[in-house]
Design a protein around this ligand. Structure first.
Ligand SMILES: Nc1ncnc2c1ncn2[C@@H]1O[C@H](COP(=O)(O)OP(=O)(O)OP(=O)(O)O)[C@@H](O)[C@H]1O
Ligand SMILES: [Mg+2]
Length: 453
């Protein structure tokens, strides 16, 4: 007997042995009690047995019952149940099962009796905007954040939420943000025009996490890639809108290249320069390159960066349909255009000359100088790989599902992905929509003051 006990403790460890002993004791007491009832009141003993079996079956089926209820009435339940309770359900009930099924657990040990399963544990918190929760998971040794981020769509399906975004705030952890509903599902009004333009942070729209979507203009070049109707115009107009106070004060100028001669014709009065024909376009871009060269010569040996002021302004070269200039002109004009643009892109940043270019087809043959743009934004595209062309390799795998943005204007135009500051994964954003009447008002109020005699 002593030998048997010694063997069992050695095999399972003292804690497991004590736990097994306790369970055995409870079962023994129940069995004796049940036998006692059977001999005194047989009918009650049978009823007890049936109730026990039913409870046991219900407990075993709890996951399937809950999944069925969720599928049938999930949306109504989500409205009735406080968000915290909803989160707790996934935290305590569904998370272990889910990570097990996705192969994100490790089985350690040897021999059946010593087998242990290691679960990745997470810190769950409700999001500030009350539209979901955040799980910060400590990944296990042998896993990487990418293993979890690759399953974001599966997490969204399992939790019945609109979208799950993943990123890695620091080494060894992955952050999964569940969005119950899509805060970007309806169009946003044009961003308000500030009293004074802040070139380092202009408001373009809203981020998925409910915060403002802001981008830096000074020292940056912007590249916007999207299929036709994706809403490139709304990003371009949001930038111009933010520049309005500086345009009026003479501290900023917008030079627009508009090969279609439609989209920007309405705002013509806001632009210092405006070109539509191939010759005009090339002349304009060469003029911007000459400005870069002049400023560079003037600053040689002095200050390292140019500060835009009235009279010596920040210049935004706004190029719509870049492909029309890099592919669909005569060879001579294309060469001149590419040479001038290349100079601005490489040297204009510290000299307050920025380029903002919109393109429908971001392939390298069409836009050879893509990599020189420092801020890149992808809106709806037709093929999965195109987000990678705009944001860089692997962007789609890291969550930039630009090919899944709806083609419908109301629900999809202006939605896109951008690399946020200090974030490895792309951020989903929507630009505010500047309507024709907004443009009319901008022209009336902010057109540059006339100069000269
Ligand atoms: N941010 C937005 N929010 C809501 N609707 C938008 C937004 N941006 C654009 N739209 C709608 O989508 C339509 C097409 O947008 P826009 O002309 O800006 O697309 P585009 O990408 O510039 O297309 P193209 O390549 O043909 O010039 C607009 O007329 C407008 O109705
Ligand atoms: Mg356009």
């Amino acid at each position: 007997m002593v030998l048997l006990l010694g063997y069992l403790i050695g095999q399972h460890g003292p804690l497991r042995f004590l736990w097994a002993l306790l369970k055995f004791g409870v079962w023994l007491v129940c069995a004796v009690a049940w036998l006692g009832v059977l001999f005194t009141r047989p009918a009650a003993a049978v009823a007890l047995s049936v109730a026990w079996v039913l409870l046991w079956m219900l407990w075993r089926m709890r996951a399937r019952v809950w999944a069925l209820v969720w599928r049938l009435w999930g949306h109504r339940i989500s409205v009735m149940i406080p968000r915290r309770v909803w989160m707790w359900h996934f935290q305590f009930n569904s998370w272990p099962r889910l990570v097990f099924r996705l192969g994100l657990v490790f089985r350690d040990g040897h021999g059946l009796s010593r087998l242990t399963v290691q679960y990745p544990r997470g810190r769950w918190t409700l999001a500030d905007d009350d539209n979901g929760w955040t799980v910060v998971v400590n990944v296990l040794d042998g896993q990487s954040p990418a293993d979890f981020i690759a399953h974001c769509e599966t997490f969204a399906e399992a939790w019945g939420v609109h979208h799950v975004a993943g990123d890695s705030p620091k080494r060894g952890t992955v952050r999964l943000r569940a969005y119950i509903t899509d805060p970007l599902r309806t169009p946003l009004a044009a961003p308000p025009i500030p009293a004074v333009t802040n070139f380092k942070s202009v408001l373009l729209g809203m981020r998925e996490d409910g915060h403002q979507w802001r981008e830096r203009l000074l020292g940056r070049h912007l590249f916007i890639g999207a299929a036709t109707g994706g809403g490139k115009g709304s990003v371009q107009w949001a930038v111009i809108r933010a520049l309005c106070p500086a345009i009026r004060a003479g501290a900023a100028e917008v030079w627009t290249v508009d090969p279609k001669a439609v989209e920007f014709a309405k705002g013509r009065w806001l632009f210092k320069e405006y070109a539509t024909s191939p010759e005009e376009i090339v002349d304009l871009v060469e003029k911007a390159a000459a400005l870069v060269a002049t400023r560079r010569a003037a600053m040689a040996g002095g200050a390292r960066t140019h500060v835009p002021v009235s009279g010596d302004p920040y210049v935004l070269l706004n190029i719509d349909e870049l492909a029309a200039c890099t592919v669909y002109m005569t060879k001579d004009l294309i060469d001149r255009f590419n040479r001038a643009l290349g100079l601005i892109l490489t040297q204009g940043r510290s000299l307050s000359v920025s380029v903002m270019a919109a393109v429908q087809d971001p392939r390298k043959e069409i836009v050879p100088m893509r990599q020189l743009f420092t801020t890149r934004i992808v809106l709806r595209v037709d093929e999965a790989g195109q987000a990678d062309l705009v944001l860089g390799g692997g962007a789609t795998a890291r969550g930039a599902h630009a090919h899944l943005i709806p083609a419908d204007e109301y629900t999809g135009a202006g939605i896109g992905y951008v690399h946020g500051d200090n974030r490895a994964t792309p951020m989903r954003v929507r630009a505010g929509y500047t309507s024709d009447s907004d443009i009319d008002r901008m022209c009336l109020r902010y057109a540059p003051a006339p100069t000269g005699p």
